[in-house]
Design a protein around this ligand. Structure first.
Ligand code: SAM
Length: 286
């Protein structure tokens, strides 16, 4: 395969099962001048498994600035470089963002070599709608920050996806139950593509119970997929008869926008719902 000089290849690698490496990934890794790896020992083991002897250099958060500058210089001089992380797709909760950004800024070609990702693997087997989703990466480790983030996601209608560490999954599920409710459907996908691959599909409450009761469910690498917030009632279905009477009464004295605002203030229900009702035929159609 021909490798373009002065190019950064961003290469996905397996998340467990080595057979998931793509032919193109192997060709690129074998043909570039240098591989920038999150952990060179880990990547050398992968390369050795496929008989690839390309040199690797470490690129992680502690040396990023300095190493990225050097790599961009080498690519400017015509070198082809591959970026890999320990597993899966670089940049997805993994290092590499700075190198990709600097390569773009330097006017170098940046080429994806797509392949495995725990995020997409989990979504592909989730019993939840995934045509739209919100990927939140790792939940914050500290309880206060985690709860704050979950509060901000309470009304998010898209399916939610989190990476979580095994020693925090119990606490995270408890917080999810407390903030999003125990009823939401969810899936805990563990050890995807590996020997102990497990998909646990249940309500958040049931998942929390199973994970607390069975230490096996707290082992390995995991992705948590959670159903989004239920859609708000469409039309005016969310207003009971008392709320409708109140709105009609206010609308006899006030313009609909003002009446809706006042009714919302009195009942704590959304202003939009009252407004929609008041301008509908049922509400007087003003
Ligand atoms: N960039 C990687 C990717 O695209 O899959 C993700 C890197 S992130 C540092 C590592 C996290 O991904 C793990 O803590 C876990 O949440 C998830 N993960 C990675 N491999 C996994 C697997 N085989 N099964 C389930 N989750 C996995």
């Amino acid at each position: 395969m021909s490798i373009a000089p002065g190019t950064l290849y961003v290469v996905a690698t397996p998340i467990g099962n080595l057979d998931d490496i793509t032919r193109r990934a192997l060709e690129v890794l074998g043909a570039v001048d240098l591989i920038a790896a999150e952990d060179t020992r880990h990547t050398r083991r992968l390369l050795a498994r496929f008989g690839i002897g390309t040199p690797a250099t470490a690129l992680h958060e502690h040396n990023e600035r300095q190493v990225c500058g050097r790599l961009v210089e080498r690519m400017r001089d015509g070198a082809a470089v591959a970026l890999v992380s320990d597993a899966g797709t670089p940049l997805v909760s993994d290092p590499g963002h700075l190198l990709v950004r600097m390569a773009h800024e330097a006017g170098l070609a940046v080429v994806p070599v797509p392949g495995p990702s725990a995020l997409m693997a989990a979504l592909s087997v989730a019993p939840l709608p995934v045509h739209r989703f919100a990927f939140e990466g790792f939940l914050p480790a500290r309880a206060a920050a985690r709860r704050g983030l979950l509060e901000s996601l309470r009304e998010e209608p898209r399916t939610l996806v989190f990476f979580e560490a095994p020693h925090r999954i119990g606490a995270a599920l408890e917080d999810l139950c407390a903030i999003l409710g125990r009823e939401r459907r969810a899936m805990l996908a563990r050890e995807l593509t590996k020997v102990h691959e497990t998909l646990l599909c249940a309500s958040l409450g049931e998942l929390a119970r199973r994970v607390a009761a069975d230490p096996e469910q707290r082992r390995g690498e995991m992705v948590l997929v959670v159903e989004g917030a239920p859609a708000p009632p469409s039309g005016t279905a969310g207003l009971d008869e008392a709320a409708r009477r109140l709105a009609r009464g206010l609308a006899r004295e006030l313009p609909p926008a003002r009446a809706a605002a006042l009714a919302a203030e009195i009942t704590g229900r959304p202003r939009k719902l009252f407004y929609r009702f008041l301008v509908s035929e049922e509400g007087g159609g003003q």
